[in-house]
Design a protein around this ligand. Structure first.
Ligand code: NAD
Ligand code: ZN
Ligand code: ZN
Length: 361
């Protein structure tokens, strides 16, 4: 099979031939149709400069099951699937308590991704699957728990985005924060994840939904996803502007991964309000005024939208198929697999909500 192979920040990402191990035990081999480009791919590349190379990134993929190992029970060859980027064991404390997104017993998956049991080779060299999938490839070999069966009438070239950006964003609003109907919400950062937090807040019945971004193009997209108000972060600190629109802001979401914007999220919520940090970053967490905790302000993280992917991903597909979830407008561009670098440039330049890579082009 072929894949876009990452060999370090200073090297070109080229499409190369990749050798796959045979499909064993609890593993599933998927023929990938397409895969999105998420900011987490870039973050993880930057966070792991010492990681053994090469690696294959990409983690918003959908495709068709090609082959299953002898212990696999949930899918068969020919099933349409979305790949979840965080598989789970099903038996640890968190899994049993309904928090599979926080599974702490991931040896089965980690060995595949940390290098101790690589399933791929490029030129004879063991190759890791970055961000838990390795989706910028024509095939992926993964543990069964990462493979989510979905209905066959949903377009595979689009629904891969549900595997990360949509689940993460919509889930952060609905599952992590549990946004209440009628509440006021602000979302800082309107990329692929932030736009989905906005539509999650819309689905939850929020009243005011305030989008904040540095780029006017992103604020325009935000309106399409359900934002009722827009604030440009380019005009200085957005806190006062948001509070002028929603003096008792119930929820603020940070979807960038910067200390300063986490601070802003915490500052703009009302007493008793909740700030949810969805963004991933390398820097230190924000400095927060201790006195604000006397106001019972809450701050919390969100991992994979607190999603229980085997239930939530098929539900999100249904919502899309019924016209209740926006997905088409998330895909600003489709590019061939060879154009990962151009897709990153578009993302960091603020030109796209998401790029989909057609892995077979
Ligand atoms: N928690 C999770 O489970 C999870 C899952 C997936 C992605 N993420 C993280 O979510 C974050 C967003 O990912 P994405 O793919 O949407 O990224 P993106 O690059 O598409 O979007 C980021 C947006 O933030 C805006 N922005 C940047 N600096 C800003 C500032 N100071 N004020 C206001 N807006 C600003 C950009 O213009 C852009 O629109 C990343 O950190 C990613 O790693 C987290
Ligand atoms: Zn992602
Ligand atoms: Zn577990």
């Amino acid at each position: 099979m072929k894949a876009a192979v990452y060999r370090g920040a200073d090297k070109a990402i080229l499409v190369e031939e990749v050798e796959l191990e045979s499909t064993e035990g609890g593993e599933v081999l998927v023929d990938i149709t397409s895969c999105g480009v998420c900011h987490s791919d870039l973050h993880i590349m930057n966070m792991m400069p010492e990681a053994p190379m090469p690696m294959i990134f990409g983690h918003e993929a959908a495709g068709v099951v090609k082959e299953v190992g002898e212990n696999v029970t949930s899918v068969v060859a020919g099933d349409h699937v979305i790949i979840a980027f965080y598989g789970s064991c099903g038996f640890c404390f968190h899994c049993v308590k309904g928090m599979r997104n926080l599974c702490t017993n991931r040896d089965f998956a980690d060995r595949q991704f940390d290098g101790s049991r690589p399933r791929l080779k490029v030129g004879g060299v063991p190759t890791m699957q970055g961000v838990g999938v390795g989706g910028w490839a024509s095939q992926a070999l993964l543990p069964e728990s990462s493979i989510i069966k979905v209905r066959k009438d949903a377009p595979l070239e689009k629904i891969g985005l549900i595997g990360c950006g949509v689940m993460t964003g919509v889930g952060a609003a609905i599952h992590t924060a549990k946004v209440e109907p009628g509440s006021d919400v602000a979302v800082i950062g309107c990329g692929g994840v932030g736009l989905n937090i906005i539509q999650g807040a819309r689905l939850a019945g929020a009243n005011k939904i305030i989008a904040i971004d540095l780029m006017d193009s992103k604020l325009e997209m935000a309106r399409q996803f359900g934002a009722t108000h827009c604030v440009s972060g380019a005009n200085g600190d957005p806190v006062a502007q948001v509070q002028a629109i929603a003096p008792t802001l119930d929820y603020a979401f940070e979807a960038i991964g910067l200390g300063i914007t986490v601070q802003q999220a915490f500052a703009m919520i009302r007493p008793g309000g909740t700030a949810v940090v969805v963004g991933v970053g390398m820097g230190k967490v924000a400095e927060l005024p201790v006195g604000d905790f006397l106001q019972e302000k809450k701050i919390m993280g969100s991992m994979y939208g607190s999603g229980q992917v085997h239930v939530d991903i098929p539900r999100l597909v249904d919502l899309y198929m019924e016209g209740k979830l926006e997905l088409d407008a998330l895909i600003s561009k489709v590019r061939p697999l060879s154009e990962v670098k151009e897709a990153f440039d578009d993302m960091t330049g603020g030109n796209v909500a998401r790029t989909m890579l057609d892995v077979n082009a």
